[in-house]
Write a protein that binds this ligand. Structure first.
Ligand SMILES: Nc1nc2c(ncn2[C@@H]2O[C@H](COP(=O)(O)OP(=O)(O)OP(=O)(O)O)[C@@H](O)[C@H]2O)c(=O)[nH]1
Ligand SMILES: [Mg+2]
Length: 448
């Protein structure tokens, strides 16, 4: 499979002035010659007529990118074609006739990994870079692609290898003159390694949250203006607003960008006891969404009636006191918002006073949400953990290290260190990842 030559349009789908088609594989030089004539100088763009079976296909900019210095490490060619459908189909058919086949999603990057051009962490960053929607996501993906994150994992693996080698020396040469302090130093090194891994794991999921985006849920009693506020923050009419309490039933989602972080705002049904089965289901979903959210925006309003069935007038809590509440947020925290200040009531202490109607206070609310989005995702210092896959492998590493620390016999300690090293090596792809590759690369787009 790896010997065949693959191709894909690497530029976006749809009509465009120029489409970039990439070819990779041992046969790409011959195929490029067949289409465009003698190979141009390596890595220099030249304009060529492309022909196949006596048909002129396009006049295109062609590049010859011989391996191993190419993206995939194989011989590659790039054709900058006119972006029309007929051109693309013609060139694709010609390449198939010459023996190439269309690439699978992520297959170029997969080959780059298999040929040692990048480790798995960098390869995953390529996918993140393609998917990045915001500047903060872009910065994180670039840093990861540059190898900053992979370097941390490789450094840990290297230190583990040293610890393992020392253990094996103790096993193989118990009576030799090994340095007297070797065992003690090994223990100290292992403790330091465990501390670093634990600190990396205990990062509030900042990197993962930035990669995946945050979820902020609007909750509160009916009719306080939750939907109006979602519309105001999203700057479009996402949700229906009406004077009837119980208007919103389904949880409605809309994407906004706050401080460079993608945030899904969830508008939810007003919380109250109700006989209406549909509304009750909406209330149940509202509670679930609030419980899972990274941040809960609790809305109350100036005209909140004192005695609606099943609801009592809320006394707004200070933002931190969320424990044991109706809608706990185990992740982020709570922002208290008091809407309809245009009606003239006093804003309770700790709440942000706003009016969805006049726009008063909305800037302050937005600033507060931006600050929350940043606090949940930003981290000074070394690059953060970005994926659940890495987290799982590190947790496994850490649990093997814990067992190694407690091991009585050098043989047992060595075995636990070996298992720890294997778990760690799976992150960067240094060991045993064949079974993982399909999962990782199938999520890429075609042409990457
Ligand atoms: N005076 C005033 N009225 C508002 C304000 N914001 C919303 N309203 C009105 O309050 C009513 C309810 O607004 P919604 O946004 O539908 O409230 P909700 O919290 O989503 O209500 P449910 O979906 O029923 O839970 C509508 O008539 C809005 O026009 C405000 O700032 N000032
Ligand atoms: Mg609503």
């Amino acid at each position: 499979m790896r010997d065949d030559t693959i191709f894909a349009v690497a530029s976006g789908a749809g009509r465009a002035a120029v489409a970039v088609l990439r070819v990779s594989g041992a046969d790409s030089g011959r195929q490029l010659t067949a289409l465009a004539g003698p190979l141009p100088p390596a890595r220099r763009a030249s304009v060529r007529r492309l022909r196949h079976a006596a048909m002129e296909l396009d006049r295109a900019l062609v590049l010859w990118l011989p391996g191993p210095g190419s993206y995939t490490g194989e011989d590659c060619a790039e054709l900058h074609l006119h972006g029309g459908r007929a051109v693309l189909e013609g060139v694709a058919e010609a390449l198939v006739a010459l023996g190439a086949r269309p690439a699978e999603p992520g297959e170029f990057t997969r080959r780059a990994f298999l040929n040692g051009r990048m480790d798995l962490v960098a390869a995953e960053a390529v996918a993140d870079l393609v998917e990045a929607e915001t500047s903060a996501q872009l910065a994180q993906a670039l840093r990861q692609m540059d190898g900053a994150l992979g370097a941390i994992y490789r450094d840990w693996a290297e230190r583990l290898r040293v610890l393992l080698a020392e253990q094996e020396a103790l096993i193989d040469f118990p009576d030799e003159d090994l340095p007297a302090d070797m065992a003690a130093r090994g223990d100290a090194d292992m403790a330091a390694l465990r501390r670093e891994i634990a600190a990396h794991l205990d990062d509030g999921r900042r990197g993962e949250r930035l990669r995946e985006g945050l979820v902020f849920a609007m909750t509160g009693p009916p009719n306080v203006g939750k939907s109006s506020l979602v519309n105001a923050l999203a700057e479009r009419e996402v949700a229906i607003v009406a004077a009837t309490p119980g208007t919103t039933r389904d949880a409605l989602e809309t994407r906004v960008v706050l401080g460079g972080v993608p945030v899904t705002l969830v508008d939810t049904a007003g919380l109250r006891e109700t006989e209406d089965a549909v509304e009750a289901e909406g209330v149940r979903r509202a509670r679930v969404r609030a419980a899972d959210a990274d941040l809960v925006v609790e809305v109350a309003s100036a005209d909140f009636p004192a005695s609606w069935p099943g609801v009592s007038r809320p006394s707004l809590p200070p933002a931190a006191a969320t424990d044991g509440r109706d809608t706990p947020s185990h992740n982020g925290g709570t922002v208290a918002v008091f809407n309809k200040i245009d009606l003239g009531a006093d804003v309770p202490a700790g709440a942000i006073g706003v009016s969805a109607r006049t726009g008063a206070g909305l800037d302050a609310l937005r600033d507060r949400l931006v600050a929350a989005a940043r606090a949940l995702t930003e981290r000074a210092g070394p690059p953060p953990l970005t994926r659940a896959r890495h987290r799982a492998a590190l947790q496994e590493t850490e649990s093997h290290l814990a067992r190694a620390t407690d091991a009585d016999l050098p043989e047992l300690m060595a075995e636990d260190l070996r298992l720890a090293l294997r778990a760690l090596g799976r992150i960067t792809g240094q060991v045993g990842v064949e079974d993982l590759l399909d999962t990782i690369f199938s999520r890429f787009c075609i042409g990457k």
